[in-house]
Write a protein that binds this ligand. Structure first.
Ligand SMILES: C[S@@+](CC[C@H](N)C(=O)[O-])C[C@H]1O[C@@H](n2cnc3c(N)ncnc32)[C@H](O)[C@@H]1O
Length: 281
């Protein structure tokens, strides 16, 4: 049975725009990854659930946000990504962090995280304090918008290569099965009492078909023995002192909402991401 967890606090993770959160801390090519985690979200999770020196692991590390933020907080980051171009990007970001005299370390491995126990050092087994990750959900993602002479163009909104095992290209049931395998393997890396933080959003397949991805992923995590602790929301928008919400959506996001509303579908702009927090007992 899927447990319902109360939303008990909101993480203010987008008080400044994502671009400014990354400036000087990530290499410019980082914009080429279509679905990055907000650095302030990663930093909040890492400082909340680990202590300096601990291991932090991301089995689908993309551009390496989890690793870079772990390094800046004096933790040891380890990441895996199936796409060589993203693991190379993560390595470049780890190298940049190292050059900034951080006290933590970062290691990146390329491969399918369902087999992560053959990829990461055996010394990590049973020693990871936090698994922080966000699965891919569909080929289309946030991306960037560029103005051209012929109008607005979207770029870097799609994953690249179709490596076998890449969960960005599979249907829902294969995504959930693959994610279950990855979490089950990650479980072995966790120390007893270690935490898993998963970030995800509800997604719309067709305009009027809303998929409760957070609820599905919570069920997947429970199926591998992880115990739910808390469910919260991380803001994708700023919240001002007077409570006003300042969205950070791009033109395409705004346009999609307007179009849906014009068609009578009561869509709202997404201004938060769900955060699922679970523990290994
Ligand atoms: C939502 S993105 C993660 C973004 C990352 N948190 C960041 O801040 O850049 C999901 C990542 O999962 C990777 N991926 C998909 N299937 C995978 C698999 N089987 N093993 C490892 N990585 C996988 C994709 O290449 C993609 O980079």
């Amino acid at each position: 049975m899927v447990e319902t967890l109360p939303i008990s606090e909101i993480w203010l993770t987008c008080q400044i725009p994502a671009r400014d959160q990354r400036r000087g801390r990530y290499v410019p090519q980082t914009s080429s990854h279509p679905a990055k985690m907000l650095p302030h979200l990663a930093a909040h999770a890492i400082s909340s659930y680990t202590t300096p020196g601990e291991l932090v692991f991301d089995p689908m590390c993309g551009a390496g946000t989890t690793l870079v933020e772990a390094m800046h907080l004096g933790r040891q980051g380890i990441g895996v990504d199936i796409e060589p171009r993203y693991s190379a990007l993560a390595e470049a970001n780890v190298a940049l962090a190292s050059s900034q005299r951080v006290t933590g370390t970062g290691q990146v491995f390329t491969g399918d995280a369902t087999g992560l126990l053959d990829l990461v050092p055996a010394s990590a087994v049973g020693r990871v304090g936090l698994v922080l990750t966000s699965p891919p959900y569909g080929r289309g993602t946030h991306g960037l918008v560029r103005t051209t002479s012929t109008g607005l163009r979207k770029r870097d909104h799609q994953y690249g290569d179709r490596e076998r095992g890449n969960l960005a290209y599979v249907g829902w049931s294969r995504l959930f099965d693959g994610f279950a395998s990855i979490l089950a393997a990650s479980y072995h890396l966790l120390r007893p009492g270690g935490t898993v933080v998963i970030t995800c959003r509800t997604v719309r397949r067709e305009r009027d078909d809303l998929i409760d991805l957070p609820g599905e992923l919570l069920a997947v995590a429970q199926s591998v023995g992880l115990v739910p602790v808390q469910r919260t929301a991380a803001m994708l928008a700023a919240v001002r002192d007077d409570g006003q919400i300042v969205h950070r959506a791009n033109m395409f996001g705004l346009r999609a909402v307007r179009r849906a509303r014009d068609e009578g579908i009561p869509v709202h702009l997404l201004v938060h991401e769900d955060v699922l927090i679970l523990r290994r007992c």
